[in-house]
Write a protein that binds this ligand. Structure first.
Ligand code: CO
Length: 161
């Protein structure tokens, strides 16, 4: 078990577009294991590799009642609908905000064995996490999507997701 340090704003790695994983080697598998440990230790629902300082297209997500999901080179293939929801980010501690997200999100990716997988989620935490974590791979944070200053607020003394 290895917990990596979570990078927070204004760390520039959070703003870089992450590189595609060329080969799923032992370093990538170790990265995934460490990201899952780090996500659990931080009580987050998801984590993207740039958040631990690695500019690669790797994401882990774990929502209650489901196994942890590792997505390598994920891409959104379909988005549908619109909803306004509240979110936070481990890289933006001390804040939460309200953003617009899709209702249905469909993603294709490689799993840790290199197999192509597809994940579809509708109107739930998984749909939100897919969009939020994939945004990280393009250097985008939820605070960029907040439409007005009133839609971002401090949560002193609490932990953001
Ligand atoms: Co985040």
């Amino acid at each position: 078990m290895a917990i990596r340090k979570i990078r927070t704003l204004p760390d520039p790695v959070l703003r870089e577009p992450a590189r595609k994983v060329p080969l799923i080697d032992s370093a990538v598998l170790k990265l995934i294991d460490d990201m899952i440990d780090t996500m659990r230790a931080s009580e987050g629902a998801g984590l993207a590799a740039p958040q631990v300082g690695v500019s690669l297209r790797v994401v882990v997500i774990e929502v209650p009642g489901e196994d942890a999901l590792a997505l390598i080179n994920p891409e959104i293939v379909k988005k549908k609908g619109e909803r306004v929801i509240e979110e936070g980010c481990l890289s933006v501690p001390g804040y939460r905000g309200e953003v617009k997200r899709a209702v249905t999100v469909k993603v294709k990716a490689r799993d840790r064995d290199g197999h192509e997988i597809r994940v579809t989620a509708t109107d739930d935490l998984l749909a939100q996490a897919l969009e939020h974590e994939l945004d990280h791979l393009d250097g985008r944070l939820y605070v960029d999507l907040v439409e007005s200053p009133e839609s971002l607020w401090r949560i002193d003394g609490q932990t953001a997701e």
